[in-house]
Design a protein. Structure first.
Length: 232
């Protein structure tokens, strides 16, 4: 499955949240979507999963325009939104059963995903009673329950403690195998640990689309490269 983003633009009044962004994503790649706050990362992800209509431009999957067959495209994608919105009054298993029902899946998939993301000891608790790390596991569980080919994760480790960051990162690596992953983050270590390629956005413009090594180039670190490219 090859994804192609072509001349994607999203305009809010005079502001360009995305300005003529084009790049391709090959099957099995793990793309690190980088950029300062307000760069357009979440907007790009929302366009990809079809919850936001771009002002212009198209996204294709294997040459099919996704806007023309949104439902089929959505079946192939899993999405963990920024700040992981969950129904916190629901119990873990109840919530995942609800997601499974929407996706036309059985309780077997619910039990499988609970085990896969390491939620078994917490599965009878209310979501609001979980630590942030475990809430993130619930978010990941709803994103992968239907075994999508494409996984879109918007700042999945934001706000976690250092141990939780490592645990969620390892989980992303495990569940992301044999999938195409698009992940936004501010943690450059994470980019180095997980990603095969970097796409850098700033004020809606794409500034770089490079391998990690190319992105680092002659800079001392990925942080230096990021700083220099986004503050010029
Ligand atoms: P990022 O995820 O990189 O932090 P976003 O994609 O959330 O950035 O936002 C990109 C820009 O678009 C920001 O300047 C943001 O304020 C603006 N924006 C996003 N959503 C809306 C909206 N619904 N109405 C107006 N402006 C928006
Ligand atoms: Mg965002």
């Amino acid at each position: 499955m090859k994804i192609s983003i072509q001349n994607l633009t999203k305009q809010y009044g005079n502001q360009f949240a995305l300005n003529n962004v084009s790049f391709d994503i090959n099957q099995g790649e793990v793309i690190g979507l980088l950029g300062p706050n307000g760069a357009g990362k979440s907007t790009l992800m929302k366009c990809l999963i079809g919850s936001l209509n771009p002002t212009c431009g198209v996204i294709t999957m294997d040459d099919e325009v996704i806007q023309k067959n949104e439902l089929e495209a959505k079946k192939l994608m899993g999405y963990l939104p920024e700040n992981n919105p969950l129904y916190t009054e629901m119990y873990v298993k109840e919530y995942l059963a609800f997601v499974a029902d929407i996706r036309g899946l059985s309780m077997e998939e619910v039990h499988h995903v609970i085990e896969q993301v390491g939620l078994t000891p917490e599965s009878s608790k209310k979501i609001k009673a979980l630590s942030k790390g475990y809430k993130q596991r619930v978010g990941l569980a709803q994103a992968i329950i239907h075994q999508p080919e494409i996984l879109i994760l918007d700042e999945p480790t934001n706000g976690l403690d250092p141990n939780q960051i490592i645990e969620i990162r390892n989980l992303i690596r495990a569940v992301g195998q044999n999938k195409t992953v698009i992940l936004s983050t501010h943690i450059m270590q994470e980019v180095a640990a997980l990603c095969t390629r970097v796409v850098l956005l700033n004020q809606g413009e794409m500034l770089a689309n490079k391998s990690i090594d190319e992105f680092k180039g002659d800079y001392n670190s990925l942080e230096d490269a990021f700083y220099d490219l986004t503050t010029k």
